[in-house]
Each structure stands twice: as C-alpha cells, then as structure tokens.
Design a protein around this ligand. Structure first.
Ligand code: GDP
Ligand code: MG
Length: 713
C-alpha cells in the first residue's frame, strides 16, 4: 500500500510494523476489531483517561479525505494513487495523530495529544451501492463515539442540495435523532467541521458557509422527528465550523501551509475566544475545535469495549441507548479494574493470610494492610472513577467491603496473637523479676502491665487502618486477664512466702541454741511457759517480716490478714511437731536419765561419786529418782505457769473472711485431728496419760539398773 504521510517519517514510535496504518476498527465484513486494546496500549492512549479525542471524517469516495487526514495528523491512511483508482479505504480505520513538527516551545500552541482519527469508508455509494445500510451504520457509529465529524466536500458540491454529501448529512441527522431519543437528558453535542476542498477563492468562505447552513436547515426541517423532538433545531445537537483548503495538486505549497494552520485548531485547550453564535456556528477561523461538551466521556481504557458494544448494537439493529451502554460499560470495566486491584492487594496480603495458621503476631502487618488497601482503592478510584458514577460508587463499596472483610480477619488474628503475647510476656517478666532479689512485686506488676499494654495498643493501632477497626473490647479483655494474672501470681508468691516463713520458723523452733531443743535442756515447770514465750516472740517477729514482704507484693489487707492467720496456725503446728519429736519416749528418757545421773552419779561439784561403804545409796537413789519422776507429769500438758492453757485462740485470732474453716480435710488442715484448735483435747496434750505410764515404767527400769550397777560397784 502506498502511504502519503506528511513528510514520510513515521513518529508512532514502534508502530511501524503491525500498526503502521493504524487499525481497521471495522473491516469489510463488518467485524469489529479485537486489536484496539493492543493498539491503544502501543500508542499509550489506554491509560489516558479522558485525555484523548476522537475524530471521524466523512465524505464522498475519492474526495481526498485520507490525504487530508494524513496531512493534518501525520497518519498513514492509504490513499488512492494513479495506479489504483479503486476504493482504498474499506470499513473504518483508526490511527493516532502525531505531530512531528510540534513546537518544542510550550508557549506556542500545538496539536492536542491523543487524537484518535477514524477514516470512514467513502460513501457515495458508487462502489457499495448495494450496501447503503453500511453508510447509515458507520454514521451512527461515528456519531456515538466521535467529538468532531469532519465533513469533506468539494467547493463545487456546495449548494448541490441533492448531492451525495447532502444525502450523507441527512443520514447523520436522522441517526442523531434516533440516537438521542433515548438520551434526552444528556444531549451530547458534536461539531460538524466542514472542510471545503479545492477552494478557488472566487466565492468567499462566508458565502459558502451560508449556503451550507441553509441547506442543512432545510434537511433538518424535512426530517420527520420522533415524539418530543418535533420542535428541536439542528443547533440543539450540532455546532458547525467551516474552512477552505486550496487544491492540493495545483497549489501544493499553499495546501501544505494551510493544512499546517488547520492542524493548530485541534488543540487541547479551546481558547476562550472560541465563541459560538446563537446558531451554533464557530465564529472565528482560528477557534479550537475540542469543546468539553463534545467529549463522550468514555475513559480511554473503556473505549474498546464501549465501541465494540455500540457496533454490535448497531449491527443487530437494536436501538442505541447510550446511557444504558455507558452503565453496562461501567459495570464491565469496574469489574475488570476491581479484579486488577484485588490482584495488587493479594500480592501484599496473601503472604500474611498464609501465615495466619502460625497464630503469631505478624511483623509489619499494619503498614502492609494499609498499603494494600490504599493501593487497591486509589487505583480503583483513579481508573474506575471515570465511569458512570452510580455504578462506580456501588462497585467501590463492593470492593471496599470485600477487602475490609479480608483485612478484618487478619486484624482479629493479630489482636488475638498480641493478646496472647501480652499475657505471656507479662507472666514471664514478673516471674523472672521475682527471682531477682530485691524486686518489688507491686512496682514490677505496674511497670510490666504498662509496658505490655503499650505494646498491645501500638500493635492494635498499627493494624486498625486509622481506626477503621477498633480494639476496645480486646483491650478490656487483655487488661482483665492481666489483672487476674497479677492476682494469681501474687497468690503464688504469697504461698511461696508463707512456706519460706514457715521454714524459717521451723529452724528457729528447732534450734539447739535457743529453740525447743535448747529449752528442753532444762526440764522444769517453767519449760512450757518458756517455750510459749519463745514461740510467740518468734512468730511475732516473723509476722512483721511477712507483712513487710506481703505489702511489697501489693497484697490487699484482706489477703494479708488471711496469710497471717495461716502462718500463725501453721507455726503452732510446726511447734507441736517439734514438741512431739522432743518428747518421743527414747529421747525423753535419755534426757531424764541424764537428770537422774547428774543427781545420783555426780556430787554437787559435778565429780563422779565413788560409793564408799556405809554411804546411803538407797536414800540418794530414791531422792534422785523421785526428783525426776516428779517432772514427768509436768511434761504431759502444755500449760502456762498458772496452770492454764496458753491463749492460743487469742494469739491466732479470729478466722478472717475468705478462709473456709473446713473440717479435717480442709485446705490448711491435716487429715488427722487438728492440733491448732483450742477446743481439741489434743491441742495442748503433749504426752498422753498412757504414754506417761509407759514412760514412767521405762524410766524406773533404767534407773533401777543404774542403782544395781552402783550397788555392785
Ligand atoms: P479518499 O477516498 O477520500 O480517501 O481520497 P484519497 O485521499 O484516497 O484521494 C483520492 C485522490 O484525490 C487521490 O488521487 C489524491 O491524489 C487526490 N487528491 C488528494 N487531495 C486532493 C485535493 O486537495 N484536490 C484534488 N483535486 N485531488 C486531491
Ligand atoms: Mg480514503
């Protein structure tokens, strides 16, 4: 194919190959192209949003339309040559305009970016006479999509009312009425831009314009108008612009110069001097042609789908309902865009979702959630926001709901893990802290609690998507659990403390230096009173130590009272155990024999007696034995000097609230009979009457043996 580009340099970047001549939007078989998305991608128009324009050209076959377009827009539409005089443009072609001579000076006006030009098959019907239908269909298609329709016409055709061009314009007006019947609310305007070719110059443009306008109005009046549009005028739907061009072959230089001038009217910014008269006619030859009202408001990335659907409706002879088409397009594109947004979202979020089963606090989740959501939503807003507002809003809501639902799952899991973390860090820190000597439990708890809560809140906040999600309930649950944990840990610590105190008391009671064992060295009626004093003093001291420590544990007065009560009871039981040990028959007899020996076998100076004949062995023996035997009943009951039981009940105090005064199997009690209850006969009975008897007998036997030995000696 011969091309006739302005200066032969294709500046469509890498478009020299497949897309060298643009794309055939509709081919000779009336099939709509599949390649438009690729073409728009290759030309970088696809992402242009609304920043693109669509122009179509109409006119009789072989009136130099393709030639004009190639000159104006640096396209490469095939043109007829001397060698090929048959129709060259079949169906509808589309090509992106380029501007190789664009001024680098941004101040100087140049052509708008992203002008898509459609070259529509010549329509004088000579060559497709059998297919008048196509003329109508392509007119409808061009009208539904294009902002500007260039009408290419010979000067000598002007005024030929019955001419082929006027037939075409009649078709355009008719399909326009059909098109906007359904869309009365949002009438799209279009610009009909008449380019009068081979202008000789005898007839001024003004006259040609008036002739054409008169013809156009005539055609309009002659149309039968659908209901509701009976009184409409042509300028309700169209603006008009007119220009002339000299003969390309006869005045090639002027033709070139004037097409270059004409090009500048296809500017992005329509100058403010572009005024339209009341009759919808552009009043200056320099005005820009792209008015916002002409734009069909189809985002570039929706154009292939939209144009394809329009063409399908046209070929199926369905009524074109543009608002419905726009809504359908919006649904289709919003879904497509949504899918892409979800894919972007997935890239960030899926790894976190996969890691959910680990049930751990996921690092950097918050920022990732935010990034994923922001990215998806902002992409959707940017791309889908250009489509039908109602559809867009609904689809945006759907998308947000869907993404938030997924993020919420991550959020809830993160809170749960952070909750778990807070509790275990709290317990760990406190247990470790307790082991460190000198750690103040109350301070430790307060500080650790604050620290883990700060961490929890920070994590919850980070994942809250700027408070879209709340964590108040979870925070309350954490606080509650921490407080319960603190109480439990304090309880455990109190128990440990009690045990330590009890052990320390046991050591004191058992001490050979000042404990029970020491006091037993002097068995006398004051033994138990001395033990009682030793007991109460030690317990009192220990309790004051205990109270200090339990205060440091932040124990409540109630907890402290309960613990002191327990400690007192336990210490009495400990003492009783030691007394039982000390008064076991064998050890007691050893002690009593020691007393007896001291008196019987040693004299006052502690020197062993050597019995001489005549000395009163029997008398001394009886006296010594008597002295010791007197002591045995003294040991049977724990009494004070006045013979009364010690005030144990008073000493232990009343059972504080919160302690179950259980039976023998109770919490703090032995299975055996309680030795701490003052009402129990066992409490103060150290040696039972039966044991007193056997003790006495046993002692007698061993003392008698000593007597026999002495006698022999
Ligand atoms: P199209 O069928 O309308 O696209 O026409 P073409 O661009 O293919 O041109 C058809 C013929 O008209 C070619 O031989 C061109 O050289 C010739 N032609 C192009 N421009 C002009 C012009 O301004 N005046 C005249 N008289 N012929 C032209
Ligand atoms: Mg052509």
């Amino acid at each position: 194919m011969t091309t006739n580009g302005t200066n032969g340099t294709a500046s469509n970047g890498n478009l020299d190959g497949e897309f060298g001549h643009g794309i055939q939007v509709i081919d000779e078989n009336k099939e709509f192209t599949q390649t438009m998305p690729d073409y728009l991608t290759a030309t970088h128009v696809l992402q242009a949003g609304f920043s693109y324009h669509l122009i179509s050209v109409f006119g009789s076959q072989s009136t130099g339309k393709s030639t004009l377009l190639n000159h104006l827009f640096n396209t490469s539409f095939p043109v007829m040559t001397e060698a090929r005089r048959q129709q060259t443009t079949k169906g509808i072609w589309m090509s992106l305009a380029t501007d190789p001579n664009a001024s680098q000076d941004p101040e100087k006006p140049h052509m708008a970016n992203n002008i898509l030009v459609m070259d529509v098959e010549g329509t004088d019907g000579r060559e497709r006479g059998e297919d008048q239908d196509f003329e109508r269909k392509s007119a409808l298609f061009a009208l539904a999509t294009s902002e500007v329709l260039i009408v290419n016409i010979w000067e000598h055709q002007v005024g030929l009312y019955q001419g082929a061009n006027m037939g075409l314009l009649k078709t355009v007006f008719e399909v326009n009425l059909q098109l906007f019947q359904k869309d009365k609310a949002s009438v799209h305007r279009s610009l009909l831009f008449f380019v009068i070719r081979d202008h000789i110059g005898h007839t001024p443009l003004e006259n040609l314009k008036n002739t054409l306008l008169a013809d156009l109005n005539n055609i309009w009046h002659g149309l039968s108008k659908p209901p509701g549009l009976e009184t409409s005028t042509i300028s309700d739907f169209f603006d008009f612009a007119f220009t002339t061009l000299p003969h390309k072959l006869l005045q090639p230089d002027q033709f070139k110069a004037e097409t270059q001038n004409l090009k500048l009217r296809f500017r992005e910014e329509t100058p403010t001097n572009a005024k339209y008269k009341g009759d919808g006619v552009l009043d200056t030859n320099e005005s820009g042609v792209f008015l916002p009202a002409y734009h069909r408001r189809i985002p570039a990335d929706g154009l292939p789908h939209y144009a394809g659907n329009i063409w399908r409706m046209i070929t199926e002879n369905k009524d074109l309902d543009l608002p419905t088409q726009q809504e359908l397009l919006a649904q289709y594109r919003c879904d497509e865009i949504s899918t892409v947004c979800v894919e972007l979202f997935d890239e960030i979020v899926t790894p976190f979702e996969t890691a959910l089963n680990q049930k751990i606090v996921q690092e950097n989740l918050g920022p990732a959630m935010k990034r994923a959501l922001d990215m998806a939503i902002s992409k959707f807003t940017e791309e889908a926001g250009r489509y039908h507002k109602g559809v867009y809003k609904r689809k945006l809501e759907d998308l947000e709901k869907k993404l938030l639902a997924r993020l919420r799952v991550l959020y809830v899991a993160q809170l749960t893990a952070a909750h778990k973390n807070a509790i275990s860090i709290f317990a760990d820190t406190i247990q470790k802290g307790i082991k460190r000597s000198g750690a103040d439990f109350a301070t430790l708890v307060t500080e650790t609690r604050a620290t883990v809560l700060v961490d929890f809140i920070a994590e919850a906040k980070a994942c809250s998507l700027d408070n879209a999600f709340t964590y108040t309930d979870e925070l309350k649950a954490v606080e509650k659990e921490l407080d319960e944990g603190a109480t439990r840990l304090r309880g455990e610590e109190m128990t440990r403390l009690l045990t330590r105190m009890e052990k320390s008391l046991r050591n004191k009671f058992a001490s050979e230096d000042d404990g029970v064992a020491y006091l037993f060295k002097t068995i006398s009626p004051t033994l138990y009173p001395r033990i009682w004093t030793m007991f109460t003093e030690n317990v009192k001291t220990q309790i004051s130590t205990f109270t200090q420590k339990s205060t440091a544990l932040n124990a409540t007065a109630e907890e402290n009272e309960q613990a002191v009560y327990k400690l007192k009871k336990r210490s009495w039981r400990v003492l009783r155990g030691i007394l039982d040990e000390e008064t076991k028959e064998q050890s007691l007899i050893t002690r009593l024999l020691g007393y007896f020996d001291k008196d019987f076998r040693y004299d006052e100076q502690g020197v062993p007696r050597v019995w001489k004949a005549g000395e009163d062995i029997e008398g001394t023996f009886a006296k010594s034995k008597e002295g010791v035997l007197k002591l045995i009943p003294e040991l049977s009951t724990f009494k004070l000097e006045d013979g009364s039981n010690p005030p144990l009940l008073k000493f232990i105090g009343d059972t504080p609230a919160g302690i179950e005064e259980a039976g023998p199997a109770g919490e703090d009690e032995d299975e055996d009979e309680d030795v701490t209850s003052p009402s129990s006969p066992k409490t103060f009975t150290i040696i039972t009457p039966g044991r007193i008897t056997s003790l006495t007998e046993s002692f007698n036997r061993q003392a008698d043996q000593a007597f026999v030995d002495a006698k022999r000696g």
